[in-house]
Design a protein around this ligand. Structure first.
Ligand SMILES: *[C@@H]1O[C@H](CO)[C@@H](O)[C@H](O)[C@H]1NC(C)=O
Ligand SMILES: *[C@@H]1O[C@H](CO)[C@@H](O)[C@H](O)[C@H]1NC(C)=O
Ligand SMILES: *[C@@H]1O[C@H](CO)[C@@H](O)[C@H](O)[C@H]1NC(C)=O
Ligand SMILES: *[C@@H]1O[C@H](CO)[C@@H](O)[C@H](O)[C@H]1NC(C)=O
Ligand SMILES: *[C@@H]1O[C@H](CO)[C@@H](O)[C@H](O)[C@H]1NC(C)=O
Ligand SMILES: *[C@@H]1O[C@H](CO)[C@@H](O)[C@H](O)[C@H]1NC(C)=O
Ligand SMILES: *[C@@H]1O[C@H](CO)[C@@H](O)[C@H](O)[C@H]1NC(C)=O
Ligand SMILES: *[C@@H]1O[C@H](CO)[C@@H](O)[C@H](O)[C@H]1NC(C)=O
Ligand SMILES: *[C@@H]1O[C@H](CO)[C@@H](O)[C@H](O)[C@H]1NC(C)=O
Ligand SMILES: *[C@@H]1O[C@H](CO)[C@@H](O)[C@H](O)[C@H]1NC(C)=O
Length: 673
């Protein structure tokens, strides 16, 4: 039992929450990467023409079946470790489709409640406000919630209350005349966003086994460095109102602070910081922690080559009984995806990489458990099977919140991007969401063609951080769409079928999209990577790093080693790309084998410089979650972290190490005559 009694102090985040930070996307798109954008729709062939196999896969998706799977997943408690029968049901569904499927159990450390950016803190300190011993009041939005708690802890505060503000809801608010859920698309004022507050930018997985696999007999470490030491609770906007009202007229006003996100969405509240003399908040906070089993479901379609593997997955556990969007829109899609491949298997199909000396890839469906506790199911699985995964995995494809609205997005590794964009052009977009003929048109409209690097926040993290190419796909709500009640009890089947995706048409579309991605990576004679594009993406990240350097306290940092390494990578990328195309044209099976193995292996080079400083399980020098953000990604994170930390010597060291890692990737790509 923890009890703190103190005055409260308000902190603001930026605009939009985790679901998809459209503002952050717009900033990234605005900032750079002109050359990383994809063309507008004029190029799109309409109606799209599909091969016979593609048609079988795409036409296999049935909105009514998906609705049935969604209904199943959203009608029982399935917090991590709570529902083994749901794991068994999933495995059985995949078996029914013709896959091999089994459960893998991991005993992990779980904690249950029985129940702000750093600059914002600086504004208060500059105004002479004493933070020690007070309770922080922070709104959701912008950075990861756990980072807000960490910032409060680092400033010696006693606790942290995080509330939902109507600012997250774009135009769809009660004040703008929309009815609230369940009668309308606006947020129900009592909606509470649950969520982990572990320090996810420092590690992922079981915090008692950071860097090794969890089993019943594994040794376990101290969780202290990875978990907050102060209590925190989430509040609904209804319950936050009295606290915000109590702060009126005290401390720093939102206007004076002049910080993005301080002025929230209640037009009658001035969002003053406080503290208010005499205003007290009493946090009663009861937690328990113990080791409990969670169950990953693993399904397999054997190819003929055991040394090439494609992994596609999402997580299954949800904070609430529902979880219709997060994560079970993805779960429902994966059942239907298994059924689609089942149709091909029934015709005697095998993934086609017969060109290889040692045959074809293996496609694995992963249904992760305990993602919400900190990506535990996926991380422990990766840690258990790491040597095999590093030897064999061509790519990891993640779908999490497959559908929480109509706006398509995807993030991920440079070499995969071009091919994924091409698949979107083959998928029709449902009517009723504006005049978008194909998924590509919807995606382009939502993102202006911007594709971000991977940070953290979903199960791709442990794959990508071990040097495995990865993408993350999903679709979310924009500022004019029905409000998605993220991590709240209102993320229900009723919400999904009435507001989020009536008719399950977007589920169908996203499933078709993911299926074509899996099919081509698993079966194309040449793995469909665009290496010259990967090189262009690296160059754009270098420009982004350069901007960080120029505006930092060490503007003279020399990025030449990195620029030279990227130039060498570009040379090898262009070369192997040409060789790959030729091998394809001449059906040169030996050369295709060589190129494919290099396409599979080269990203391991990016993870070859050892752990990033202060977070050993993050190894990818290309991108990692921003330490102060937690959701969004920093590029060349080890360099960026040291620049932000003011350690120029270490920044120089990591420019060298990052350059060497890029050179190792280039060396893997190099084909000797
Ligand atoms: C597991 O989930 C299923 C489907 O939602 C539900 O029917 C069942 O009651 C749940 N089991 C437990 C133990 O909560
Ligand atoms: C630890 O447990 C795993 C199964 O979880 C088992 O395979 C292994 O043999 C055990 N090791 C020891 C040293 O008991
Ligand atoms: C508020 O900050 C912005 C930059 O973030 C600046 O352009 C603007 O002038 C500031 N406004 C005031 C009133 O200080
Ligand atoms: C501010 O507006 C909200 C609804 O938007 C209302 O519930 C609340 O009572 C108002 N507060 C004050 C102090 O008027
Ligand atoms: C798939 O491959 C594994 C390992 O090679 C083998 O044990 C399993 O029986 C195969 N499954 C099928 C359905 O062929
Ligand atoms: C997206 O679509 C809206 C509505 O059709 C349109 O106003 C807007 O210009 C489009 N934006 C882009 C980037 O295509
Ligand atoms: C599936 O789509 C059809 C055709 O649009 C529609 O009639 C049906 O209601 C949808 N099924 C569900 C469960 O929404
Ligand atoms: C960084 O930016 C400066 C100023 O625009 C430019 O002169 C320099 O060449 C850039 N360096 C790299 C490595 O891109
Ligand atoms: C390429 O060669 C392989 C083996 O020599 C053969 O099985 C395959 O059918 C050929 N593919 C094409 C497209 O000709
Ligand atoms: C800077 O980082 C290096 C490690 O690269 C470390 O040895 C040194 O103590 C750090 N300097 C400061 C001031 O933290």
């Amino acid at each position: 039992m923890y009890r703190a009694l103190s005055a409260i102090v308000f902190f603001a985040g930026l605009a939009n929450a985790c679901q998809k930070d459209w503002d952050a996307l717009a900033r990234r798109s605005h900032h750079h990467q002109e050359h990383n954008r994809h063309a507008k729709r004029t190029e799109v062939e309409y109606p799209p023409s599909l091969s016979e196999t593609e048609s079988i896969l795409v036409n296999s998706f049935d909105n009514t079946s998906i609705s049935e799977w969604s209904y199943y997943y959203t009608h029982g408690d399935h917090l991590g470790s709570h529902n083994k029968s749901m794991a068994e049901w999933t495995a059985q569904k995949w078996r029914d489709a013709g896959l091999d499927a089994w459960l893998e159990e991991f005993p992990i450390w779980v904690t249950y409640p029985e129940a702000c950016t750093r600059e914002d803190f600086q504004v208060l300190m500059d105004a002479g406000i004493e933070l020690k011993g007070k309770i922080a009041l922070a709104n959701y939005g912008g950075i990861y919630r756990g980072t807000k708690v960490k910032n409060a802890q680092d400033n010696n505060m006693a606790g942290c209350v995080i509330f939902t503000d109507p600012l997250d809801d774009g135009e769809v608010t009660e004040e703008n005349g929309y009815e609230v859920y369940p009668n309308g698309p606006a947020r129900n004022p009592s909606s509470i966003q649950r969520g982990s507050v572990r320090f996810s930018s420092l590690y992922s997985g079981d915090p008692t086994t950071v860097g090794w696999a969890s089993s019943w007999n594994s040794s376990r470490g101290d969780t202290k460095p990875y978990n907050p030491s102060i209590p925190s609770i989430p509040l609904s906007m209804k319950d936050a109102l009295p606290l915000l009202t109590a702060l009126e007229g005290n401390g720093v006003s939102a206007e004076k602070a002049n910080r993005s996100g301080w002025q929230g969405g209640f037009s009658n509240i001035t969002y003053d910081s406080g503290p208010t003399p005499g205003a007290l908040v009493n946090i009663d906070h009861l937690m328990q922690g113990y080791i409990a089993p969670v169950w990953d479901v693993i399904g397999v379609i054997n190819g003929t080559s055991p040394d090439e593997v494609v992994v596609v997955g999402n997580h299954r556990d949800a904070w609430v009984i529902g979880g219709a969007a997060d994560p079970n829109s993805g779960s429902a899609i994966l059942v239907e995806l298994a059924n689609a491949f089942g149709k091909l298997l029934a015709k005697g199909w095998k993934p086609k990489r017969t060109i290889y000396i040692t045959d074809s890839p293996v496609s694995i469906l992963g249904s992760w458990d305990a993602e919400e506790f900190g990506l535990q199911g996926s991380t422990e699985w990766v840690e258990t099977h790491l040597p095999w995964l590093q030897t064999t995995t061509v790519a990891y494809l993640n779908i999490d919140v497959g559908v929480s609205g109509p706006r398509t997005n995807f993030d991920g590794s440079g070499e995969i991007q071009t091919f994924v964009v091409e698949q979107m052009k083959k998928i029709l977009y449902p009517e009723g969401y504006g005049d978008f003929a194909t998924l590509y048109d919807m995606w382009f409209n939502s993102t202006k063609g911007t594709i971000s690097p991977l940070g953290s926040g979903s199960d791709y993290a442990s794959f990508y951080q071990n040097g495995i190419a990865a993408i993350d796909i999903g679709s979310s709500n924009g500022k004019k769409d029905p409000v998605y009640h993220y991590h709240s009890n209102y993320d229900s089947y009723h919400w999904m079928s009435t507001f989020g995706d009536p008719g399950f048409k977007i589920h169908t579309t996203m499933g078709q999209f993911l299926t074509l991605i899996v099919y081509h990576i698993a079966d194309d004679p040449l793995i469909p990577w665009d290496l010259p594009h990967a090189a262009t993406v690296l160059s754009s990240y270098l420009s982004e790093l350069n901007e960080t350097v120029i505006t930092s306290n060490s503007p003279d940092l020399d990025l030449t080693p990195l620029a030279e390494a990227i130039a060498e990578f570009t040379t090898q990328a262009e070369r192997i790309s040409k060789i790959g195309q030729q091998a394809l044209a001449f059906n040169d099976t030996n050369m295709l084998g060589v190129v494919n193995s290099k396409y599979r292996d080269f990203p391991r080079g990016f993870a070859s410089a050892g752990g990033l400083p202060g977070r050993e399980t993050f190894k990818n020098i290309i991108s990692a979650p921003g330490i102060d953000n937690g959701y969004g990604a920093d590029v060349f994170p080890a360099v960026t972290d040291n620049i932000n930390g003011g350690n120029q010597t270490a920044a120089e060291e990591w420019i060298e190490k990052s350059a060497e890692a890029v050179l190792r990737a280039a060396e893997i790509l190099r084909i000797t005559d």
